[in-house]
Design a binder for this molecule. Structure first.
Ligand code: GAL
Length: 440
């Protein structure tokens, strides 16, 4: 099967692009100059020296290996460059985002930094922190090799400001097959209702039904319970004002989230996503909902085999839907080593770069022309689903695709209260209100 242009039904890009344009218009954003401090729009010479500082949150097991593979390739190609790996620990960038904000705010950007593609980059664009990279896309022929729907999603007022290195999938449930066997369970739940009944059996067998970590992992679970309960259309509408957060359906889905959490180890929530997986590896717990970076942890860090030591499928109720996110890299305005940053972006956007990074990271390439022989085992599922015309494509809240930073910040705070109060109506009202407030 040829990888080809992806044809999945994208249900969310309009929301991001529309809110991006509104936001930039409101702030007087200018299409043409893209901010001060932009350098020559030219591919640098092959001979490189000096430094290159790359900023990310990829430090822990399973997160750092993909990054290292790409940094090693960069170093191999540019042996005279001193590579500085400026990573700040904390899954999903929870700690890195704050450090980055202060560096950008004080005019001390790294040479390139990681951001999620989509709404998360909007404030950097508005604040003039990142260069317009449209010229690099044209230079490298990327307009032809990145899927059209993805390009639409990262285009803001006719310009593109980041290079997506991958596609990760959020809506996945991972489990330990031996634990299900022990509890007499045939397979993973097809709905959250079914999860609730399985949870009783698992708990009866002395197991934790679902493991959880810090707030962002709870948000990751929340988005996928909402997706499973509401379906892709209504879920997509949550992010563009078309689905009423305070409707009976959404409040019922939020109630389901609270019930699901009631069968987790939230009282002893793990410090990050990797330790949330450990009880599954150890045979003490059955399930965990996490993106496919978990693949790298099961396979590379724990040395487990797909379908034997661990297994994975779509999270309950989300078959036929791909909840999407992407890691992308930027060229900050006034990057101290701008030529090296451009060399890094060239590599990250290249076929060689993406095929070096993704089979280690647990993601599939953002480009449409990967060497498919590198993507076996678990990777077959996302490869097929991402390119299937019948797949519904929606974007991730927890990983920056659908809500801009202002709104997401409010959702994060409301969620913190929600997981302790369990008050679905109050959470729905807070999120709906924050949407209005952050549009103004
Ligand atoms: C996501 C990121 C992934 C992975 C994960 C856990 O936000 O996109 O690449 O790093 O966090 O840290």
């Amino acid at each position: 099967m040829s990888w080809g242009q992806r044809k999945g039904r994208a249900l969310w890009p309009a929301a991001v692009v529309a809110s991006a344009s509104l936001m930039l218009a409101a702030c007087g954003g200018d299409d043409d100059d893209g901010g001060d401090g932009e350098g020559a729009q030219e591919v640098p010479a092959e001979e490189a020296s000096g430094e290159f500082e790359f900023f990310s949150w990829w430090t822990g097991g399973g997160d750092s290996e993909g990054k290292q593979a790409l940094l090693d390739l960069f170093q191999e190609q540019f042996p005279e460059v001193e590579v500085i790996d400026a990573a700040v620990a904390g899954g999903a960038g929870t700690n890195a985002q704050a450090v980055l904000a202060s560096r950008l705010g004080s005019g001390e950007p790294p040479d390139s930094y990681q951001r999620h593609a989509g709404a998360e980059l909007l404030s950097d664009i508005r604040d003039g922190f990142v260069e317009d990279l449209t010229w690099l896309y044209e230079e490298e022929g990327w307009m032809e090799v990145f899927p059209e729907s993805l390009l639409e999603q990262i285009t803001v007022d006719d310009a593109i400001y980041s290079v997506p290195v991958n596609i990760h999938r959020s809506n996945l449930i991972w489990w330990n097959p031996a634990v299900l066997d022990e509890a007499g369970i045939d397979g993973p739940p097809g709905s959250w209702d079914e999860f609730l009944s399985q949870a009783e059996a698992l708990e009866g067998a002395g197991k934790t039904a679902l493991t959880i970590g810090p707030l962002w992992t709870q948000e990751h679970l929340l988005e996928n319970v909402l997706l499973g309960e509401l379906g892709p259309e209504a879920y997509a509408g949550l992010w563009n004002g078309e689905t009423d957060w305070e409707s009976a359906e959404v409040v019922a889905a939020l109630d389901m989230f609270i019930q699901v959490l009631g069968h987790s180890n939230i009282d002893q929530a793990a410090a990050d996503w990797q330790p949330a997986i450990d009880p599954i590896v150890d045979g003490d717990a059955a399930y965990n909902v996490m993106g496919d970076w978990a693949w790298a942890y099961y396979e590379t860090v724990q040395g487990l085999a797909f379908e034997e030591g661990y297994n994975v499928t779509e999270s309950p109720g989300t078959e036929g839907t791909f909840n999407w996110l992407s890691d992308s890299f930027t060229l900050p305005v006034d990057a101290p080593d701008r030529d090296n940053a451009i060399r890094w972006l060239q590599l990250a956007g290249s076929q060689e770069g993406q095929d070096t990074f993704n089979p280690v990271k647990g993601s599939i390439p953002a480009r449409t022309d990967p060497d498919e022989s590198l993507y076996t085992g678990y990777f077959q599922m996302p490869l097929e689903d991402w390119s299937n015309a019948d797949t519904a494509i929606v974007g991730s809240l927890a990983h920056g695709a659908v809500a801009d930073n202002a709104w997401k910040g409010e959702i994060d705070s409301a969620l913190q209260e929600f997981v302790s109060s369990g008050d679905s109506a109050a959470f729905a009202a807070a999120v709906a209100q924050a949407y209005q407030d952050t549009r103004e």
